[in-house]
Every structure is written in structure tokens, then in C-alpha cells.
Design a binder for this molecule. Structure first.
Ligand code: NAD
Length: 484
């Protein structure tokens, strides 16, 4: 018996206009465990019409910020009520241990919804002094208006949490949305939309159309009533989306990948740095945009550090994440398994030393062994490309300047970590590293009040914090003539 998932459009479950479906595969057993509607251009048009109608005089457009905030707070309570179910849905869809989303993704999502409940009533304009108008004084002020209908295109690695980052902010701003979940993980977005209905959001404010990127995703980018595309995923898809949406002058926010450095100085607290680097490499099987996959270590401690990190890799219990004591499940899908193994082989071929793990044989389930390379150079593929799997590459440095140069020698710029007990040095390195977020003695801290996003190939725009909500608004200026 498999789950039978449909779109959620204008408050109702709907199958695809042509009745077609797509299968969802369990990465542990490789069995089909669910099917979902395979969305069409017509499905997207219906969902966008529902979302657009709510902005053009529908009940949603009449609500004040405070009223939107109350709905968001109610949604936060409902997500909290169903948090174990939501965490388990996301975990089993990609073979992740359910403990990770229970401890990290769900608390973060709930906090985001609660924070956004407050932002909804705080999106203020300004009064701006001007030189007047042909000799008469004027009063000029700005208001923040919702951008419009948002097309939210989602990845599979932390589906609910990343969907909520977008949803919380755009609802606070007064927008409506059509969510296109990843083809691998539509369940939690559908459950979230049903919870929003239970919270009292008017039908049509939140719609979910399941399906493939080149069908549903593309149709959203091309639809004239979608004002903004908010995308999280790979640089390849991001480039394509920007090309399509850019021609129509849509607003585009892109949260893309990373190859984030973890700089371990000789004066770091050794055990903390090893633990933090292991977390940054192996959480969610390394399928994390902020994965700290380039470990830059001072040469004086490099050998000891590499040995300790290899021990940490070897001690990870890999298996069926539904069983007690298992810390790491398979990677999410076949393509990911092949990609990760291809990079491990490339690392070996290009001359890096394999300290732990290695190319994995396929039996049943897409399991990859945690892998550590040392004696690597920063120009190797394993140091430059986002592998999106549990693979770490250790590179040594002798001076702080070298560490910074290595950290910045990347096409990505999402996150970075500095491990040191010298706080002056920590701030100096944090200032010099080109990245959207830097953790000092902590890998990838996330908080509902902190903006998140990257530079260079890691993307355009920020989510999170009040700046995340402001990104879903347009600033309108109004000037009134005040004749004497
Ligand atoms: P992906 O780019 O393959 O797919 C992401 C989404 O885009 C999916 O819903 C897919 O169907 C859709 N899509 C694909 N091609 C499209 C197109 N041409 N037009 C419209 N939509 C299209 O990425 P993925 O494999 O789901 O996720 C992994 C990537 O996401 C990694 O690179 C990772 O670093 C990145 N990511 C970034 C962040 C961040 O915050 N920066 C967070 C999570 C994941």
C-alpha cells in the first residue's frame, strides 16, 4: 500500500490535469512507497489564479499585519503539535535519521513562524524629507507592499525547514504562494498547507503543486502573475531559473550550494574543532548546503587532526536510520550515490590520500561510507566542487594569510567556520573571508532572527530575520503636495 499524494490548490486536493503521477522511492529499501500528482502547466495556472485572487481583493488582502501575525502564530502551534510526524516524513523520504530533523529542522521552523508572526506587524515605511515641489512643501512617505504571488521552488535535503523559511517571511509580508516541493519530498509541504488551512488561512493563500522542475518549476517561472521566484537548490537549476524569470523581470532570490571552509588554527580547542568539523561533514549525510567540506588545518596540527577526523568518520554507525543506534542513513537517491562515488574516485585519481571511507559498493540502499581525504590541494575537484555527500577534504596551511587565501579560492561563498581561541584573530579572519555567514567556534549556527544566504555561486538574496520578510515587499513612495 503506497501513499497517494495530490496537489493542494485553493484549499482542495487535486490530481494532475492529465492524471499523470510520479513515484517516490525509499532510499533505504529502494521500494516505491508513495506516488504524487505530476503537475502540468494547467495545474500551475489554477494554483497561481487562486493565489492571485487572494491578493486582488480576496479576504487575505483585507487582513492587517497583526491579523496575519495571529494566523502565523496559530500555524506555529500546529506545526509544533505535529512536529514528530513532520520530522519523520522528511527523514524517511531521504533516508535521514529522524533525530536530526526533530532536534534541528522542526525547532528552527517553529521559531521562524513565531518570529514571522511578529514581523508581520513591523514592516514599517519611512517619512522622507524632500526639497518640495516647484516651491511648495510636500510630505513624502513610503509603505511596504507585498511583492505579489511567489513561486517557491524547494530542494529535498531539509524540505520542511527550508519551505518554512520562505513561507513565514512571505506570509508576514502579505504575499501568497505556490510551493513546488522537490519531486523527492512533497509530503511535508502538503501537510504544512493542510495545517495552514486548519489555522484559518484563507484558501488560495498557500498552494502546493507537486511535480518535476522542468515542468512545474518552469511553468512557475514563466507565469505572468508570479511576481517573485524564491529558489533553493543547485547552481545549475538556479542559472536556468534566473534566465527564464529574468526575461520577465520577476524578482528572483537564489539560495544555492556551497563548498564551505572550516579553518582550524593551531590554537583551536582540538576536541571541539574535531567534533564541529565532523558535524559539519556528516550531518544529513553531508547533504547540507552549508556543509563544512573543506577542512583547512594549520600544518603543525594537521597530522593529528586528520587522524582524529578519520576516527570520527570510522565511528559513524551507517545503516537503516529507523533502527536504534544508527547515526547515518543512505544518501537520498541513486543519482546522489553515483555522484558522491564519482568524486571519491576522482579524489583518489587526482592524488589525495584516502584516510577513511572510500568508494562504496551498491547492495540495497544508497549507503555511502563517511570519507576523509588528506594531502589534498585546493585546485582538486574534491576541494572545488560541491559533492553533497559525507566527504571531507583536508588541506594544510602555514600562515593566517594562506588560510584566508585558500578559504576564498572558491567559486562559492555561503558559509565558513573559524576554530581558534584567539578572538582577535577570529574576528580578523571572519572579516576577510568572503561568505554570507561565518561561525566562530561553531559550525553553521541557524536562528530565526539571523539572515541566511550566500555570495558568488552560492546565490542572491537573504532569507531569515526581518530582512528576509522585507525581501518579499516592494517599497512604494507617496508624495502629497502641501500648498500654503
Ligand atoms: P535541484 O536544483 O536539483 O532542485 C531544486 C528544485 O528545483 C527542485 O524542486 C527541482 O524540481 C527544481 N528545478 C530543477 N530544475 C528546474 C528548472 N529548470 N526550473 C525550475 N525548477 C527547477 O537541487 P536539489 O538537488 O533539490 O538540492 C540540492 C542543492 O540545493 C545543492 O546544491 C544544495 O547546496 C542546495 N541547497 C542550498 C541551500 C541554501 O540555503 N543555500 C539549502 C539547501 C540546499
Amino acid at each position: 500500500m503506497t501513499d497517494y499524494l495530490n496537489h493542494f490548490i485553493a484549499g482542495e486536493s487535486a490530481s494532475a490535469s492529465d492524471g499523470r503521477r510520479m513515484e517516490l522511492i525509499d532510499p533505504v529499501t529502494e521500494h516505491v512507497y508513495a506516488s504524487a500528482a505530476r503537475g502540468t502547466v494547467e495545474d500551475v495556472a489554477r494554483a497561481v489564479a487562486a493565489a492571485h485572487g487572494q491578493l486582488e481583493g480576496g479576504p487575505w488582502s483585507q487582513l492587517s499585519g497583526a491579523q496575519r501575525g495571529r494566523l502565523l502564530a496559530r500555524l506555529a502551534d500546529l506545526v509544533e503539535r505535529d512536529s514528530e510526524q513532520l520530522a519523520d516524513m522528511d527523514a524517511s523520504a531521504i533516508g535521514r535519521s529522524p533525530m536530526e530533523p526533530r532536534r534541528m529542522d522542526l525547532p528552527n521552523a517553529i521559531a521562524n513562524l513565531r518570529a514571522a508572526a511578529g514581523w508581520a506587524n513591523q514592516l514599517e515605511g519611512r517619512t522622507i524629507p524632500t526639497g518640495g515641489y516647484f516651491g511648495s512643501p510636500t510630505l513624502s512617505y513610503t509603505v511596504r507592499e507585498p511583492v505579489g504571488v511567489v513561486g517557491a521552488i524547494m530542494p529535498w535535503n531539509s524540505p520542511l525547514m527550508i519551505t518554512v523559511w520562505k513561507l513565514a517571511a512571505l506570509l508576514a509580508a502579505g504575499c501568497t504562494v505556490v510551493i513546488k516541493p522537490s519531486e523527492e519530498t512533497p509530503q511535508s509541504a502538503l501537510h504544512l498547507a493542510a495545517l495552514a488551512q486548519e489555522a484559518g488561512f484563507p484558501d488560495g493563500v498557500i498552494n502546493v503543486v507537486t511535480g518535476y522542475g522542468n515542468e512545474v518549476g518552469r511553468a512557475l517561472c514563466e507565469h505572468p502573475h508570479v511576481a517573485k521566484i524564491s529558489f533553493t537548490g543547485s547552481p545549475e537549476a538556479g542559472r536556468e531559473i534566473q534566465r527564464t524569470a529574468g526575461v520577465l523581470f520577476k524578482r528572483v532570490a537564489l539560495e544555492l550550494g556551497g563548498k564551505s571552509p572550516q579553518i582550524v588554527c593551531e590554537d583551536a580547542v582540538f576536541e571541539d574543532a574535531v567534533r564541529g568539523c565532523a558535524l559539519g561533514l556528516f550531518a544529513n549525510q553531508g547533504q547540507v548546503c552549508a556543509a563544512g567540506s573543506r577542512i583547512l588545518v594549520h600544518s603543525s596540527i594537521a597530522q593529528r587532526f586528520a587522524a582524529a577526523l578519520a576516527d570520527a568518520a570510522q565511528s559513524v554507525n551507517v545503516g537503516d536510520p529507523r533502527q536504534d543506534g544508527v547515526q547515518m542513513g543512505p544518501v537520498a537517491k541513486k543519482a546522489q550515490f553515483e555522484r558522491v562515488n564519482r568524486y571519491i574516485q576522482l579524489g583518489i585519481d587526482q592524488g589525495a590520500t584516502l584516510l577513511a571511507g572510500g568508494v562504496s559498493q551498491h547492495e540495497r540502499g544508497w549507503f555511502v561510507r563517511p570519507t576523509i581525504f588528506t594531502d589534498a590541494r585546493n585546485d582538486m575537484a574534491i576541494a572545488q566542487d560541491e559533492i553533497f555527500g559525507p566527504v571531507g577534504t583536508i588541506i594544510t596551511f602555514d600562515t593566517e594569510a594562506q588560510a584566508i587565501a585558500l578559504a576564498n579560492d572558491s567559486s562559492y561563498g555561503l558559509a565558513a567556520t573559524v576554530w581558534t581561541t584567539n578572538l582577535v584573530r577570529a574576528h580578523r579572519i571572519a572579516a576577510a573571508v568572503k561568505a554570507g555567514a561565518v561561525g566562530i567556534n561553531c559550525w553553521s549556527p541557524l536562528d530565526a532572527n539571523l539572515p541566511w544566504g550566500g555570495i558568488k555561486t552560492s546565490g542572491i538574496g537573504r532569507e531569515g530575520g526581518i530582512s528576509g520578510a522585507l525581501a518579499y515587499t516592494e517599497e512604494k513612495v507617496i508624495t502629497v503636495l502641501l500648498p500654503s
